[in-house]
Design a binder for this molecule. Structure first.
Ligand SMILES: N[C@@H](CCC(=O)N[C@@H](CS)C(=O)NCC(=O)O)C(=O)O
Length: 232
């Protein structure tokens, strides 16, 4: 890649931003991208510069020359579609292999995110602790445990067949959609050893250079404050 740099507005600890950073790394674009860290605590995402590019005032916000595209999944898909031949190919062309990757990508995005992250982490974050509805939370835990067990079962099969990635023996966009969610859960108190196949996946992929290098810098220190998933 040569010429004008791409530009990513990002925030450390944002899983949507992390997803894009992993793709940039896998594609070999990391050094060709200007990374602008936006401090959400200082409301920098509501600055005129960001709002002009992203009227929602959110990160990730992404620019590739004269093209502006936001929404992490859209950015990831854009990079893969437009730069499929650069670096690692993340969505296979062969129909059957592609169907497996797309299936897991969208399950991770919809089901995993809804059942665990939206359902519990965001509920706990957005509701004062004194107002938590514990009966409701118990029902949420059941949904979340079922979802985690589903991924545990997927990975059990993968591991039995000698694979290490969510679709088997190849690292794909499905891992990029899934992995930051898994790490986010660990960050928010999930005892990953309760799900041994998921634990193996979590630890193995943590060593992958694109994931290791882009690990949210603010997650390198411990987090004892927001342990919402300890009951899973
Ligand atoms: N659907 C968006 C979600 C982006 C998002 O929620 N970003 C958060 C950081 S993780 C943000 O910018 N929050 C500030 C706000 O919404 O005002 C994506 O996948 O890119």
């Amino acid at each position: 890649m040569s010429g004008e740099k791409m530009k990513l507005y990002w925030f450390s600890g944002s899983t949507p931003c992390w997803r894009v950073l992993i793709v940039l790394e896998e594609k070999g674009f990391h050094d060709n991208t200007e990374l602008k860290h936006i401090d959400l605590f200082k409301q920098e995402h509501k600055s005129a510069e960001v709002i002009k590019l992203n009227p929602r005032g959110q990160v990730p916000t992404f620019v590739d020359k004269d093209i502006n595209i936001n929404e992490s999944h859209a950015i990831c898909d854009y990079l893969e579609t437009c730069y499929g031949d650069c670096g690692k190919k993340l969505i296979p062309s062969e129909k059957r292999a592609m169907s497996r990757v797309l299936q897991r990508m969208h399950e991770a995005h919809n089901n995993f995110q809804n059942a665990i992250i939206e359902n519990i982490i965001y509920y706990c974050m957005l509701t004062e602790k004194e107002k938590w509805d514990h009966d409701l939370l118990e029902r949420k835990y059941v949904i979340a445990r079922n979802e985690l067990q589903r991924w545990e079962d997927y990975l059990k099969k993968v591991h039995e067949e000698g694979g290490i990635y969510i679709v088997g023996d190849d690292f794909t966009m499905a891992d990029i959609y899934l992995y930051p969610h898994v790490a986010f859960c660990v960050r928010f108190g999930l005892d990953i050893s309760t799900y041994p196949e998921l634990e193996k996946y979590y630890n193995t992929l943590a060593q992958r250079p694109s994931i290791n290098k882009t690990w949210p810098p603010t997650w390198r220190s411990t987090n004892d404050e927001y342990r919402y998933l300890t009951k899973l």
